[in-house]
Unconditional design. Structure first.
Length: 149
């Protein structure tokens, strides 16, 4: 979602829509917006047809992942979505194509690698803060202390 939001934000700036509230509204999930925010979003989307289509594609992509699909149905829906996304969300569509099989594996157990990425980033931060631990035990103890309750 990060890359699709970046593409959407580029389109917003290219359309000349620069107010912060419109950025927040475009990048938020529609289901999380209240009726007043939805009205403001609609006003923003009326300013650019290209932006409207890209926003609807973002919401469609999110919907694909939130519905319970089998792997084959998920692949089929993603391929259909990719055919339409090539025009408006090029960078995101190419990222999906490059990692298509791995992304479709999400539909098997409905889990992502987000937690593992967070753990790895925290360990890298500990390494940077330690300026290169001279003793492996000190590093190990610091990591264990970070992740213990």
């Amino acid at each position: 979602m990060k890359v699709v939001n970046q593409d959407l934000n580029k389109l917003r700036r290219a359309a000349g829509i620069t107010d912060r509230q419109s950025k927040y509204l475009l990048l938020s999930n529609r289901v999380n917006l209240n009726p007043e925010q939805i009205d403001k979003l609609e006003l923003t989307l009326k300013k650019s047809e290209c932006l409207r289509i890209a926003y609807e594609m973002k919401e469609k992509f999110r919907e694909i992942y939130e519905t319970h699909l089998t792997v084959k149905k998920g692949q089929k829906k993603l391929k259909q979505w990719l055919n339409h996304a090539q025009v408006f969300l090029r960078e995101f569509a190419s990222t999906i194509e490059n990692h298509f099989e791995g992304i479709c594996n999400y539909f098997i157990h409905r889990t992502t690698s987000g937690v593992m990425s967070g753990i790895n980033n925290r360990i890298k931060l500990i390494m940077r803060q330690g300026y290169g631990f001279s003793n492996l035990n000190n590093f190990k103890n610091r990591v264990l202390a970070c992740f213990s309750d």
